[in-house]
Design a protein around this ligand. Structure first.
Ligand code: ASP
Ligand code: MG
Length: 408
């Protein structure tokens, strides 16, 4: 069971969550609960560091940021004790979560869960501080990147061979679209790991992307549900042959993207490698990439990056201007993306045609198009993103589709 920051924001909420953990234990199940830092604690810690130093060392940031989850964990143990349960809290390193040494964005390498297993075997409820681990070499405290408690929970579920990883949050599940943008959006009864992966990568904020990768790789069933209501949420599972596939399950969007175009780069082998190596070295997350057909031995290359990485992107590209010999670098900081996701797209023609028609009827221009077997993404003007989400939601009739597939 994983509880997000808003679910443990104050004493009342911590006691409410303790009640849910206790109830789960009382059914006879073994329970491991992962908790996030309370409310905006992590943001507060980041701000605190900035008050002290303009560029704190990542190692010390991890020492600082990991405390938020420890606090929640200890408080949760106390609340459970008052409900008459044995509970033991652990830091990430005590829980045996071993990571690489990439401070503030570490990856889990291995979990040595013996200590947790022993605690479960003696009948305890086990509480683990989310979002943190210990580096394999150096034994330093590390954190897993913002939103990383989801990853802690899914990785522990995999390591302990749990029946399910329940993600308790302030929404009731995964929706057909962001309900703040499309009020007609409804909860999806179930989606596949692959669909959720595409949604998380395309802007859905319900689950951290890395956690969904873990769930897919280790086949962990996820259940995203409300911390405050008893209702079933959204099940995220492996695709199975008897599962009815939605042609379009949901629409994700991003409004904080930027596009960079480099014009007239020489159309020869090694140019794209040089460009994207420079960006990779600067740790920039490049997303959609398009190169047009070369004419007179030159081509244009466009790609998107998160808006807050645009400045560093421009610096990295300018740094290799001499080697690449391109003509112009153009940056557009006013773009967004709208994405359709659905496992049934694989076997149903015409989805792209319909999507493009809907956008055209809205007078929305597509600047780039990018697809996978179960996803279609259009890069558009940021001002058009919300209108695009609503028009597509309506045209693909996602409300009635989700209701028909078992929503209540
Ligand atoms: N507390 C961390 C954050 O705010 C991790 C998490 O919430 O999952 O990003
Ligand atoms: Mg969080």
């Amino acid at each position: 069971m994983k509880f997000g920051g808003s679910s443990v924001a104050d004493a009342e909420k911590i006691k409410n969550v303790a009640g849910r953990i206790a109830a789960a234990r009382e059914t006879g199940d073994d329970v491991v609960a992962v908790v996030s830092a309370r409310g905006k604690t992590t943001d507060g810690l980041v701000a605190l560091a900035q008050e002290i130093s303009p560029s704190p060392k990542p190692r010390e940031m991890d020492m600082l940021l990991s405390t938020g989850e420890r606090i929640s964990c200890a408080l949760m143990a106390m609340a459970l004790h008052d409900l008459g349960h044995e509970a033991e809290s652990f830091t990430g390193s005590q829980a045996g979560i071993l990571t690489d040494a990439a401070h503030t964005k570490a990856k889990i390498v291995e979990i040595r869960a013996d200590r947790l297993r022993n605690s479960l075997d003696t009948g305890n409820i086990v509480l683990v501080a989310g979002f943190q681990g210990m580096s394999m070499d150096g034994h330093n405290v590390t954190t897993l990147g913002r939103g990383g408690s989801d990853t802690t929970a899914v990785a522990l579920a995999a390591a302990l061979d749990a029946d399910v990883c329940e993600i308790y949050t302030d929404v009731t599940g995964v929706f057909t679209a962001d309900p703040r943008v499309e009020p007609a959006a409804v909860k999806l009864p179930r989606v596949t790991h692959e669909e959720m992966l595409e949604m998380a990568a395309s802007g859905s904020r319900v689950l951290a992307l890395r956690s969904v990768e873990f769930a897919r790789n280790y086949d962990v069933p996820l259940h995203v549900r409300s911390s405050f209501l008893p209702d079933e949420g959204t099940w995220i599972t492996k695709e199975s042959p008897d599962m009815e596939q939605a042609i379009v399950s949901g629409i994700a969007h991003k409004s904080d993207e930027a596009k960079v175009t480099i014009t007239r780069v020489p159309d020869t082998p090694g140019v794209a490698a040089a460009l994207f190596t420079a960006l990779a070295d600067a740790l920039i997350n490049v997303d959609t990439i398009i190169q047009n057909v070369g004419t007179d031995d030159h081509a244009d290359v466009s790609f998107t990056v998160p808006l807050d990485e645009l400045k560093r992107t421009i610096e990295a590209v300018e740094g290799i201007r001499g080697d690449l010999k391109f003509e112009d670098l153009r940056a557009d900081d006013q773009i967004g993306k709208v994405t359709l996701v659905g496992a049934g797209m694989k076997s149903n023609p015409g989805i792209a045609a319909k999507m493009f028609r809907v956008l055209a009827d809205q007078g929305i221009n597509m600047q780039m198009i990018d697809t996978s077997t179960i996803r279609i993404t259009a890069v558009i003007d940021r001002r058009d993103v919300e209108r695009a989400v609503r028009a597509l939601h309506d045209a693909f009739d996602l409300t009635s589709e989700a209701v028909r597939r078992g929503n209540v």
